[in-house]
Design a binder for this molecule. Structure first.
Ligand code: DX5
Ligand code: ZN
Length: 225
């Protein structure tokens, strides 16, 4: 299993974002996770496409844009132009899920659907074949530094079944990402439950030595059977 670590810039130093992006990539990050919040879909406000475009020259790995905004569609083209590789959105935040997925694909990006802790996985029944990523929130979206919600482990197992079946049908890779409260002491259990891509905000950026923190996450992953 190839595991990917995606540090979330939400916990980075916003006055030095370009350097922070470079530093976590040098330390071994596989993706840059870019959290977009609108103070409407979630009770917090972060950054938009201008900031994504500003960090793009520093991002030598894919930018994984997590849209916590409603409506979604108007921002898709903006983030595609700003250099996003993945664009993920919450099904509750758009009126027409199938249309938004198609729009992301038409803009040249990889679409992903994000499930809040209490949102059922039923949406996958019809659209999983069109996705490149399924993202399970293991905290309620809006803030870094929250605790991992334990029932996400069972949900990950269920999402892994959906993805496995889709991959058998289509042969296409679909990443299973988890976001919220991921640390060195729980990443092993999260991987065992089926995740292959791990967002880590506070776990990476609150330490002084990014390489050491990312290595600790990888060491824990190596122990997964
Ligand atoms: C929360 C964001 C997360 C957040 C994760 O709404 O989507 O990406 O930054 O932060 P940690 O890893 O600190 O839980
Ligand atoms: Zn996120």
């Amino acid at each position: 299993m190839a595991y990917r670590i995606a540090p979330s810039l939400l916990s980075a130093d916003f006055a030095r974002l370009g350097e922070e992006v470079q530093a976590v990539i040098d330390a071994g990050a596989d993706f840059i996770h870019f959290d977009v919040m609108d103070n409407h879909y979630v009770p917090n406000l972060t950054v938009g496409p201008l900031v994504c475009a500003a960090i793009k020259p520093y991002a030598t790995v894919p930018i994984d844009v997590h849209l916590m905004v409603s409506p979604v569609d108007a921002l898709v083209g903006e983030f595609a132009k700003a250099g996003a590789t993945y664009i993920t959105f919450h099904p509750e935040a758009t009126r027409h899920i199938d249309r938004t997925i198609a729009l992301i694909r038409d803009c040249g990006c990889k679409p992903g659907l994000v499930f809040n802790p209490a949102t059922p996985l039923d949406y996958l029944d019809w659209v999983v074949d069109q996705l490149d990523m399924v993202l399970l929130m293991s905290v309620n979206p809006g803030f870094a530094g929250q605790s991992f919600i334990p029932y996400t482990l069972e949900k990950l197992r269920s999402a892994r079944h959906h993805i496995h079946a889709a991959q058998q049908r289509t042969g296409r890779e679909i990443l299973l990402e988890v976001d919220g409260g991921v640390k060195a002491d729980n990443i092993g259990a999260i991987a065992e439950a089926g995740a292959d891509t791990f967002v880590a905000g506070s776990a990476v950026f609150t330490g002084n030595d990014y390489r050491q923190t990312i290595s600790a996450l990888r060491v824990a992953l190596e122990k997964v059977s």
